[in-house]
Unconditional design. Structure first.
Length: 100
């Protein structure tokens, strides 16, 4: 098991056309039709989170699909689930879609 000071955030976690079983991590109401690493990066920037984009990395559950990974530095305030929800909300606001 790798130890890291980062959360691994893949675009697949936010894709509305994925099921939970196929990799979506956020509730369907927060999911978006298409997500790429640059959107996650913009959302992380908006939330003032330290992050790094790895454009060549691939989601292990779909290694043949579109590449991209964002490493977000862990904070003591947020769990990974909370981070993913906040990123989803920030991406929705960037795209002009409103989520509760």
């Amino acid at each position: 098991m790798r130890k890291s000071g980062n959360y691994y955030v893949y675009p697949a976690y936010f894709e509305a056309d994925r099921t939970r079983e196929s990799g979506r991590r956020v509730p369907k109401k927060l999911a978006l039709p298409s997500v790429d690493p640059s959107m996650i990066s913009q959302a992380a920037r908006r939330l003032r989170l330290e992050h790094t984009v790895r454009p060549e990395a691939r989601y292990p559950g779909n290694w043949w699909g579109a590449p991209g990974l964002v490493l977000v530095k862990k904070t003591s305030e947020w769990s990974k689930m909370r981070l993913l929800r906040e990123l989803a909300k920030a991406m929705a606001s960037l795209k002009g879609t409103s989520h509760p």
